[in-house]
Design a protein around this ligand. Structure first.
Ligand SMILES: C[S@@+](CC[C@H](N)C(=O)[O-])C[C@H]1O[C@@H](n2cnc3c(N)ncnc32)[C@H](O)[C@@H]1O
Length: 355
């Protein structure tokens, strides 16, 4: 399925809400236990590098830390699979350029020095600081790309830019997340385009070091990826910045158990953004209690009967956090992690503040 419009079907549509931007509303009465939506498998995601051998790179199966042995001949050390079928589906999905890209990144990661962790309590950045850093990164990135396109007689500036990019420290999980975005934009352009319509955060970086992890990873990817995946430095920067802005308010954890954050089951293997699953608002008394991960896709199921025109909500909190009876505590978690003041019916009723 290639999505070109908002994810709607005969059961629901996307409408504006009073307080929470857009939301998902029932078009008809829906019985409890109904699957209302299964997402497109297109996602921009990362499986944390520490789980690389323990998680099937296609279906994300995880068998209590057992390592998988099946690998792709096209990138033998970059990806591990639970079956030949999963390997073939992955190779088909990312295409030969994608396989080459993962192979190049893996080879580089094995040699590169690891980047330092972000400092705690670093100051926030302004829009101007972020834009300025990206202007500089794109100028350097343009030299990296032109240096690679020129087979002979590269300029001194191009050589310097290439050397600098190759010598940067590795933010391995950021690199994987951003590479998955570049490949998704290339292989699933229509689904990827939906990311641009999601609620975006102006400054999605926690601090200067987090921003540098993105700009440095951008330069590394420009220096490594097959040139066929790279249009121009400016376009790759646009993909990376779009994903960062959307990810901040729209990502789901990838857990080893079947549920999302509402069940928080098992190990957190990574996280991702599904462009078509990002229109569900949060409620502390959610209607779609069960969000079930089936491989790379999410299935949304009603946990009670839904009336026509009722908003279908999910929970962004864990099951434990949802049990918290103090509205101030729940709102504080959501403000800290998501940056919004919860205005769900339960919070409004419990706070008595009317909004
Ligand atoms: C995943 S998006 C949901 C779709 C979003 N409303 C849109 O228009 O694209 C999450 C954002 O929706 C808004 N939101 C979701 N649930 C909310 C709630 N209970 N109260 C207030 N705002 C909410 C917040 O701005 C949050 O950052």
């Amino acid at each position: 399925m290639a999505l070109s419009t908002l994810p709607e079907n005969e059961l629901f549509e996307i409408r504006s809400t009073a307080w929470s931007g857009r939301g998902v509303f029932a078009r008809q009465p829906i019985a409890a236990g109904t699957t209302v939506y299964v997402t497109d498998p297109c996602s921009v995601h990362v499986i944390y590098r520490i789980f690389r051998r323990e998680v099937c790179n296609w279906c994300w199966a995880y068998d209590n830390g057992q390592t998988y042995k099946i690998t792709s001949d096209l990138c033998p050390q970059a990806a591990y699979f639970c079956s030949d079928g999963c390997k073939e589906l992955w190779e088909r999905d990312v295409g030969s350029l994608g396989c080459q890209a993962w192979d190049k990144l893996e080879a580089w990661l094995r040699k590169a020095g690891k980047a330092e962790d972000e400092p705690a309590d670093a100051p926030r950045l302004s829009v101007l600081e972020v834009d300025d850093a990206w202007i500089k990164a794109v100028a350097l990135g343009a030299l990296v790309v032109s240096g690679r396109r020129r087979s002979t007689s590269t300029s001194k500036a191009e050589r310097k830019a290439l050397l600098r990019a190759h010598g940067l420290a590795a933010h391995d999980d950021v690199l994987s997340f951003l590479l998955s975005a570049i490949i998704a934009a290339h292989t699933h352009p229509t689904s990827f385009a939906l990311l641009r319509t999601l609620e975006a955060v102006e400054v999605p970086y926690r601090c200067a070091e987090h921003l540098a992890a993105h700009t440095d990873s951008f330069l590394v990817l420009l220096a490594l990826l097959p040139i066929g995946l790279l249009s121009s430095a400016a376009e790759v920067a646009d993909i990376i910045r779009t994903v960062a802005r959307a990810d901040a308010h729209n990502s789901f954890g990838i857990w080893s158990g079947p549920g999302g954050v509402a069940s928080g089951s098992g190990e957190m293997l990574g996280y991702g953004t599904w462009p078509d699953a990002s229109f569900f608002n949060h409620s502390c008394a959610p209607i779609l209690g069960a969000r079930v991960r089936e491989g790379r896709a999410w299935k949304f199921v009603t946990s009670r009967d839904v009336d026509m025109d009722e908003e279908m909500t999910i929970s962004y909190l864990s099951a434990e956090e949802l049990k918290e009876t103090d509205v101030t505590a729940r709102r504080a978690v959501l403000e800290r992690a998501w940056g919004f003041r919860c205005r769900c019916a339960r919070c409004v009723e419990e706070s008595g503040d009317g909004v």
